[in-house]
Ligand binder design. Structure first.
Ligand code: ZN
Ligand code: ZN
Ligand code: ZN
Length: 694
């Protein structure tokens, strides 16, 4: 039986692809072997019946006037047409120098379609045409502007381009979400115009490096760089939230940067500081002996790594006794005054995620140069740069989803670490887990703890140690203190938003600027408002499938399923918001390991994070079902799209219940209390009493 509402057509005629008469386009000089049209009589005509609830075959002629070869079907022009994203991907591969045969076999494997060498050649020709352009600067700007949602600013002085600043939508979004650590440095000799390239970089919630702008300047003079950075300041709202700037000392932009990011601590790259020491402190420049030089260098290395300010000062006075006035003059003039920027005892106090240098950015520079080559022609340089950025994003996306698909093994549910595991990104969790491993060997007395960093003052949510300051996540000292004071070792206030997995997903799962067409269409589909009939149709098809699946088991399991369905039905009738909790192991509510149960005053609050946010994981707005403990997401755009549950008084007043479903072959209610809840409802109206579904 076909549901009446499901009929979309009243009349259908199926014909063979070889149907129809061939109509010569030209003078008929070419033989018509290129056309499929050869009057094949094959035809099936289908019509809706009078009441419109059934389809009737009116006529059928099953004879073809040609041979039928299933394989040949795949070779027809229509079947061979490549999807747009596959074409784009192939162009990208050709652009980075992949050979035609490899691209061809890649396309055939990934699309399952027949691809010829000339198809790939055509793609390459299209690519070359697109790259041609008379004015390189105009072409560059056009290239950059062609990225949807991108901002491009070109600064001119006297008709000469002084700076080009590019930011994609995703770059802006990521900077605003993760502004705390900014790595800033220039790379040179990447293009034939000698324009230095700046790729400011931040670190996202899962510890990944993210480029947040592309800045090309005509030179490295202060004026030029200042205007470029001012632009950065204008487009980014969160410049005042930058906590640490990782830079090299020889960077001319350093002074401008510290003015622009006024709340940030500048941290000089340790590697570069040590390299500069080795280059500057030589026998000839300082008038010292080789052994003096070695002693000075060794002392400087210790100063760079000194863990306490007292240690630093004692090393400094040792330096004065090494007997080189010329060196001391150099050191006092260039290094002592800015010791806060390079000695670890100072830099460890800024939130820098434990980074001691610009290595992340340097390795990205190498990656860019590996693709663009040195001193590349300007147009191809910019094109290649965009390619590297896009490829990096895609790779990161893949890694992120892969990490979600194959998560780390969880800590035991009885451990407080389990709560951190549930809310933190894998990267942030690894940090907390490492700190937790040292709790038992840590002592805290009267809010003080002593280690190689000296005497640290510890409170319930902060500490003076490097591990805490770098991440602002609970360190071994905080955890130890809380354990001693019988406080829960997990508390949501101990976790900054930037390390939350939910936050990370909402920031990174937004359709990126380079997202393919499919992403946009699915988004559109989700936003579509359905009419009541459309809603009914959709629900109906789900219910039919539900009935099939529900009835395919033995009587005991079937009864369980029916009572679960009746439970859902009853709850919906009463307007109760239902949530679904999916879990991979039986549900057990157990007190935190380090805490006697009696001390837990707010159990409901502690369990907030035990609910799995399906929507956050699937990257959807909660439009299809409501989730218990639904909190406004951190992302504004998502908030706007999602229905405001809190505005509905009915949902607020009704008790929030949760259906616990185990993810296994046989769906079972795993919690005995929930099971008895649903059996209480067994005298509720049977499904058969409810309004007919069809
Ligand atoms: Zn035919
Ligand atoms: Zn460096
Ligand atoms: Zn600490």
């Amino acid at each position: 039986c076909i549901c009446r509402q499901a009929l979309q057509y009243t009349y259908l005629r199926f014909v063979c692809q070889n149907a129809g008469a061939y109509q010569p386009r030209g003078a008929g000089s070419r033989p018509n072997q290129r056309s499929h049209r050869q009057n094949c009589p094959f035809e099936i005509v289908i019509h809706a019946n009078g009441t419109g609830d059934k389809l009737v075959v009116l006529s059928m002629s099953s004879e073809h006037n040609h041979t039928i070869v299933p394989e040949a079907f795949r070779h027809t022009r229509k079947q061979r047409k490549l999807p747009e994203d596959a074409r784009e991907r192939a162009k990208l591969m050709l652009d980075v120098g992949a050979n035609v045969t490899k691209v061809k076999s890649y396309l055939m494997e990934n699309t399952g379609k027949i691809v010829s060498n000339s198809d790939v050649q055509n793609l390459r020709n299209q690519l070359r045409e697109a790259k041609k352009g008379a004015n390189p600067v105009i072409t560059i700007v056009e290239q950059l502007q062609s990225v949807p949602g991108a901002t491009v600013e070109v600064q001119e002085s006297g008709g000469v381009i002084s700076a080009i600043v590019y930011q994609s939508e995703a770059m802006v979004r990521i900077f605003e979400a993760y502004p705390e650590v900014l790595i800033f440095d220039a790379t040179y000799k990447v293009n034939n115009r000698n324009m230095p390239l700046f790729l400011p970089m931040v670190v996202d919630g899962n510890g990944n490096s993210r480029v947040v702008a592309v800045i090309l300047t005509a030179n490295e003079e202060a004026d030029t760089v200042t205007t470029a950075i001012n632009f950065f300041q204008r487009t980014f709202k969160s410049c005042d939230k930058v906590r640490s700037l990782l830079v090299d000392k020889d960077l001319t932009a350093l002074k401008i940067l510290t003015q622009c990011f006024s709340n940030a601590e500048a941290n000089l790259c340790q590697f570069h500081v040590l390299r500069t020491f080795r280059r500057q402190v030589t026998e000839s420049q300082m008038g010292i002996t080789a052994s003096q030089k070695n002693a000075i260098i060794e002392n400087l290395q210790k100063m760079v790594h000194s863990a306490t300010q007292a240690k630093f000062e004692s090393l400094y006075s040792e330096l004065q006794h090494l007997g080189s006035p010329r060196f001391m003059e150099y050191f006092d003039k260039n290094w002592y005054g800015c010791r806060q920027q390079w000695a670890w005892c100072y830099t460890k106090l800024s939130m820098n995620i434990g980074l001691t240098g610009t290595q992340r950015l340097e390795s990205f520079h190498r990656r860019v140069k590996g693709v663009t080559g040195r001193n590349a022609e300007m147009t191809s340089f910019v094109g290649d740069l965009l390619l590297v950025l896009r490829a990096t994003d895609e790779e990161l996306n893949h890694q992120s989803f892969d990490a979600l698909n194959r998560p780390m093994p969880p800590p035991p549910r009885t451990s407080f670490l389990y709560s951190y595991y549930r809310v933190l990104t894998p990267y942030a969790f690894a940090h907390v887990q490492k700190e937790a491993g040292h709790i038992s060997s840590t002592t805290v007395n009267d809010g003080l703890s002593k280690n190689r960093e000296g005497i640290l003052s510890v409170t319930r949510q902060s500490c003076q140690c490097a591990a805490f300051n770098a991440f602002l996540l609970p360190c071994r000292h905080i955890l130890r203190l809380r354990e001693q004071e019988l406080l829960p070792l997990f508390h949501e206030n101990l976790v900054p938003q930037r390390w939350l997995q939910r936050y990370w997903l909402s920031v990174t799962e937004m359709p990126s600027t380079d997202s393919s067409v499919t992403v946009h269409t699915t988004e559109k589909k989700e936003k579509r408002v359905l009419t009541e009939t459309q809603k009914f149709r959709k629900a109906h098809s789900v219910c039919i499938e539900l009935a099939q699946v529900a009835s395919s088991v033995g009587m005991t399991e079937f009864n369980r399923r029916i009572s679960l369905l009746e439970y859902v039905l009853q709850a919906w009738k009463e307007g109760t918001a239902l949530g679904i909790e999916i879990q991979s192991e039986p549900l057990r509510r157990e007190p935190l390991q380090h805490l006697p149960q009696g001390d837990r005053t707010s159990t409901s609050d502690d369990n907030v994070f035990d609910t799995f946010d399906i929507d956050a994981l699937l990257g959807r707005t909660p439009s299809d079902w409501s989730i218990q403990n639904n909190r406004p997401g951190p992302n504004n755009r998502k908030q706007r799209n999602s229905p405001k549950l809190s505005d509905s008084p009915k949902l607020n007043d009704s008790p929030k219940l949760s259906v616990v479903i185990r993810l296994s072959d046989s769906l079972k209610l795993s919690d005995s209390s929930k099971l008895s809840d649903s059996s209480k409802l067994s005298d509720s109206p049977k499904l058969s009493d409810s309004p007919k579904l069809s």
